[in-house]
Design a binder for this molecule. Structure first.
Ligand code: ADP
Ligand code: MG
Length: 252
């Protein structure tokens, strides 16, 4: 364990193309906790993920995101990564000419710091094996010609190698078959105890949470958290849907 860390998101507001998408998002994640974010399409969940990581194209208009008291807003994405944030994107990007092994050895983060070059490949292969990813893929160009499931497994391998303090998983379950879903969700759950990973998991499905146990479930609608509760909230949602709870939200 590396001690307890805290990611505090306070009244976060952001615009895309002059339209306010995040309308005051507040919640706090601590080491080892899993926060699930569930909400309708177009409500701003991916926008939240990108704004937390500092992707270009989003204009933050208010609030703060601090990790152990250090303000993340204003830092470049690689600086946020160095501070301990990791984002598994809903649609992972293809990076021709760069392999997962390159990414991991260039990062110098977490567990990797303790690994010499000779140990890196075996460690990568072991992590790939843990989520059922063909070991040969870790040396191929990142996500190029990967299937949807391979991309999500690959993101999980990066997460496991980089050992961030906090991971934002944007629909890491999409495109995964049942077996892969079990492996990926178990790997992330294990990480919460292995090194105290704190998780923000955006998902539509309670199924992810069968192994990745949520401490808190947030219902996100129209750019903000509208309701928070325990894991039972995810089960309820599955039967009731969002409509009954998030009156006033607009689906796009
Ligand atoms: P969710 O992930 O909850 O489905 P998104 O965050 O992807 O929602 O989208 C929220 C809203 O912001 C949508 O109306 C979407 O069209 C808009 N949006 C998000 N990113 C962009 C962008 N880069 N350019 C224009 N509009 C965007
Ligand atoms: Mg999304």
């Amino acid at each position: 364990m590396t001690g307890t860390h805290e990611l505090v998101i306070a009244d976060l507001r952001a615009e895309v193309e002059d339209r306010e998408i995040l309308k005051g998002v507040s919640f706090t994640v601590r080491s080892g906790e899993v926060h699930a974010i569930m909400g309708p399409n177009g409500s701003g969940k991916s926008t939240l993920s990108h704004v937390l990581m500092g992707r270009a194209g989003y204009r933050v208009t208010g609030g703060s995101v601090s990790l152990d008291g250090v303000e993340m807003l204003g830092l470049a994405p690689h600086e946020r990564a160095r501070a301990g944030l990791f984002l598994a994107m809903q649609y992972p990007i293809e990076v021709p000419g760069v392999s997962i092994a390159d990414v991991v050895s260039a990062s110098g983060a977490g567990a990797v710091a303790g690994l010499g070059a000779a140990d890196l490949t075996p460690a990568l292969r072991a992590e790939a094996d843990r989520v059922g990813l063909d070991g040969a893929l870790v040396e191929r160009s990142l996500n190029v010609d990967f299937s949807g499931g391979e991309k999500k497994r690959n993101e999980t391998v990066q997460l496991a190698m980089l050992r961030p303090r906090f991971a934002i998983l944007d629909e890491i379950d999409s495109g995964l078959d049942v077996d892969a879903l079990e492996q990926v969700s178990q790997r992330v759950e294990d990480a919460t105890s292995e090194w105290g990973l704190g998780v923000i998991a955006v998902t539509h499905y309670n199924r992810l949470l069968e192994r990745l146990h949520a401490d808190v479930v947030h219902i996100f609608a129209d750019g903000a958290i509208r309701e928070s509760g325990g894991p039972e909230l995810a089960t309820e949602l599955e039967s009731s849907g969002y409509a009954r709870r998030s009156a006033g939200s607009t689906e796009s």
